[in-house]
Design a protein around this ligand. Sequence first.
Ligand code: PMP
Ligand code: GLU
Length: 399
Amino acid sequence: MNESSVSKRMTRLSPSMTFAMNALSNELKAKGIDVVNMSLGEPDFNTPAHVKAAACQAIDGDYTHYTPVPGSLSLKEAIIGKLQGENGLTYGPAEILVSNGAKQSLCNAVMALVDEGDEVIIPAPYWVSYPQMVLLAGGVPVHIDTGIDRGFKMTPEQLEEAITPRTRMLILCSPSNPSGAVYSQEELEALSETILRHEGLLVLSDEIYEHLNYVGAHASIAACKGMRERTILVNGVSKAYAMTGWRIGFLAAPKWIVSACSMLQGQYTSGPCSVSQKAAEAAWRGPQACVEQMRQAFERRRDLLVKLMREIPGLEVAVPEGAFYLFPKCSSYFGKTDGTRVIRTSTDLAMYLLEVGHVATVGGDAFGAPAYFRLSYATSEENIVEGTKRIAEALALLK
Ligand code: PMP
Ligand code: GLU
């Protein structure tokens, strides 16, 4: 037996390009090459001290047993408080499910709601894992293109056109990874009107970058009129509190959806790590100044990166409104060569920048936007300056 002996389900999947580029960058670093890593989207800040203290206390207090599958009641209450206070949304404990990161929350929802052959609308550029989760469930990803000229946002007309009798779900990510686009309350209201015209159409709303917003208050589609019953709201602590390794995310949704997702999780992974749950609770209940401090640092880095990237000829750079990614258009370099290789795709360009420029980025192919590439600015200003210098030098060699 060999690789081809795996299940048919596995043959539908491909590896996560974000983690793959990060691994390649680490491999080069292990060989002694100095790489500026702008591939992976994770805060370079450390978890706040009061959160770490809560985790230590949980260990010392022997809070080390299984928790209920959907998460401890006190953590769910902290999440309910967050949703009420920050989003004006009212949920009960039976409408919350805590999981191993927002990634599992998203996957739970897709697996519990999408049947073989169901269509799931995913506006492109999209986060790499959405179509993969849909394929895993046997669903059919349907993409809507939104380029730099449209501010990387889908219009209600585009959405209406993409809906068919087989459409089960729309996956919305605002602020967006990878484009940084942020939908306003008005834009979400307009999309909601279209959604509500179609019975049985659900929205999986990924709000993991809620706090990394540089244009104003966060808007959730769940708060739009009539949408609470249609929305699975996903969020977590990874990005806002620099807690990627703790693996805590949640979904908030009508009870029937939470019950189904909870049953799935109960057979699959059980409740998430007890110690991490205590840490997440401290993050949501504790002082919030750290979130704003990190947001301001990301905003400064964004401004620096936009300024430096706009100086490079041949790139089209939109100002991201949220998250911590820049998504420049780079297709003017396609067909060019440094004398040894021809750049045909954004993945070729990312590989070239890694191997020749020693800067790790991710090609837009993985995000359903082949004319672009992604840089994460969740890294120091020093790295941003050095990384963009290297990108400029490497691109200047392409003729
Ligand atoms: N959604 C998006 C858009 C993301 O970028 C990420 C980052 N990995 C996630 C979800 C998953 O976050 P978590 O670390 O909580 O699983
Ligand atoms: N969300 C981050 C990124 O897009 C982490 C990697 C991942 O989960 O795919 O880079």
